[in-house]
Write a protein that binds this ligand. Structure first.
Ligand SMILES: CC(=O)N[C@H]1[C@@H](OP(=O)(O)OP(=O)(O)OC[C@H]2O[C@@H](n3ccc(=O)[nH]c3=O)[C@H](O)[C@@H]2O)O[C@H](CO)[C@@H](O)[C@@H]1O
Ligand SMILES: C=C(OP(=O)(O)O)C(=O)O
Length: 421
């Protein structure tokens, strides 16, 4: 068991190195498996548990993978992919496992999905993925626990997503990339990570247009080839470090190429946090009291649901009442109870939360219910009086690389411990 121990009170100061994006690297590993020969090289890979699981899963289906941790580089040779089974014991540990299906369909004509994991956030349906595969000509047999998808070649079609699913869009683009003819995906996701995946697929030889417009057209090609690609920076990791600077009254320079925090920056600015860009470096500082805020989560370019929990912690430290409306997931407020144990005053009513600040936070033993509630509790610990112990640290490690070391470099008192239980 991994847990984090945080002693609050230190203002964070210095330079934070932002990792590569979890939600871009996972579909890119799935994309690398589409190339039947050669070696794909991915750079700026975050060394997180989800990447380790993706490596294990790729190896389980026959790929050869090298993870060079200190170089943050992955080398993937998918020429020997030979098993269509995504085994439950690996696939159920992360959401990104769902992104292996298109490669298996194209390379082996079938995929056996024994389970898909990911954060526990309420309903997390996959119907758009499977309905999309069916429209492209696949046969989908949805058993109680195992899903079997078969296809002897896919054919382009017009697909419509009821909501712009992030991994759904990525999967259907990958499925369409090697299908016969043209596929149109309407109401496609606009997230920057999706665009980065489209960039990589385009380098591989895919013909994709309309990325970022919501209407994506894919002209199927015969084959895709192995390429080198650098993963974009993780805007969620960057947002967390900006918030850590803000709620400790510190000053941090965020280093990560082309970083754009979008609406998160504007919301933090409304709260009194100052941002200043100097070329590729974004400086964040806060030395006054934080003002309350209203946020409504939405798909890009709206406020990212993955930063809703960390923002709840910031709101608990603001002078006044903040309002949060969660519109993407129906079970993403598990943090509230844990924050309240630390002295916060958060009231949840369905998809809305009211955060009454500022209440002094005090250290406590708290539970991370998912990745983002985990990192939100680390943030709370940084601002709390005394010591905070956060279990299970594995969930935090799913998405943040070398978190304790990176925060200690900024002056935080935080350790990552392996406990017996
Ligand atoms: C690995 C990865 O990239 N994970 C991200 C991805 O998850 P993920 O791709 O799973 O999230 P989606 O965008 O698919 O899901 C958003 C919402 O749409 C619903 N839905 C989705 C697909 C579907 O077939 N049917 C359906 O009803 C879900 O139940 C959920 O309520 O986007 C989420 C929303 O930005 C982020 O929180 C996750 O960090
Ligand atoms: C919900 C998240 O991840 P996943 O989709 O991988 O569970 C997240 O990153 O906050």
């Amino acid at each position: 068991m991994v847990r984090y121990r945080v002693r609050g009170g230190n203002a964070l100061r210095g330079t934070a190195f932002i990792q590569g994006a979890k939600n871009a690297v996972l579909p890119m590993i799935g994309a690398a498996l589409l190339a039947p020969k050669g070696r794909t090289v991915l750079r700026n890979v975050p060394i997180i548990e989800d990447v380790r699981r993706a490596v294990e899963l790729a190896e389980a289906i026959g790929a050869y993978v090298e993870l060079h941790e200190s170089e943050r580089t992955l080398v993937i040779d998918a020429s020997r992919v030979n098993s269509p089974v995504l085994p439950a014991e690996i696939a159920r540990r992360f959401r990104g496992s769902v992104l292996f299906t298109p490669a298996l369909l194209h390379r082996l004509g079938e995929a056996v999905v024994e389970g898909v994991g990911g954060c526990n956030l309420g309903s997390r349906n996959l119907d758009f993925h499977y309905l999309g595969y069916k429209r492209l000509g696949a046969i989908v047999d949805e058993g109680e626990t195992v899903i079997h998808v078969k296809a002897s070649g896919l054919t382009g079609a017009t697909l419509y997503l009821d909501t712009p699913s992030h991994t759904g869009t990525e999967n259907l683009i990958m499925a369409a990339a090697l299908a016969r003819g043209t596929t149109v995906i309407e109401n496609a996701a606009l997230e920057p990570e999706v665009l980065d995946v489209i960039d990589m697929l385009t380098k591989m030889g895919a013909r994709i247009s309309g990325g970022g417009t919501g209407f994506i057209t894919v002209e199927g090609v015969e084959e895709l080839h192995a390429v080198e690609h650098t993963v974009m920076p993780d805007r969620l990791d960057a947002g967390v470090f900006a918030m850590a600077a803000a709620l400790t009254g510190g000053e941090v320079s965020l280093v990560g190429t082309g970083l754009d925090l979008g609406v998160v920056r504007y919301k933090l600015e409304q709260m009194g946090v100052e941002f200043h860009r100097q070329g590729a470096v974004l400086h964040v500082r806060c030395d006054g009291p934080l003002r309350p805020i209203n946020i409504i989560t939405d798909t890009y370019p709206g406020f990212a649901t993955d930063l809703q929990s960390p923002m709840m912690t910031v709101a608990a430290l603001a002078e006044g009442t903040s309002y949060i409306h969660e519109r993407i997931f129906d079970g993403r407020f598990a943090l509230a109870g844990e924050l309240n144990k630390m002295g916060a005053n958060v009231e949840v009513d369905g998809s809305r939360a009211v955060v009454r600040g500022r209440t002094p936070l005090r250290g406590a033993e708290v539970t991370a219910h998912d990745l983002r509630s985990g990192i939100a509790l680390v943030l709370a610990g940084l601002a709390a009086e005394g010591e905070t112990l956060i279990d299970s640290g594995y969930l935090i490690d799913r998405g943040h690389a070398h978190l304790a070391a990176r925060m200690r470099a900024l002056g935080a008192d935080i350790t990552r411990e392996i406990s017996e239980r």
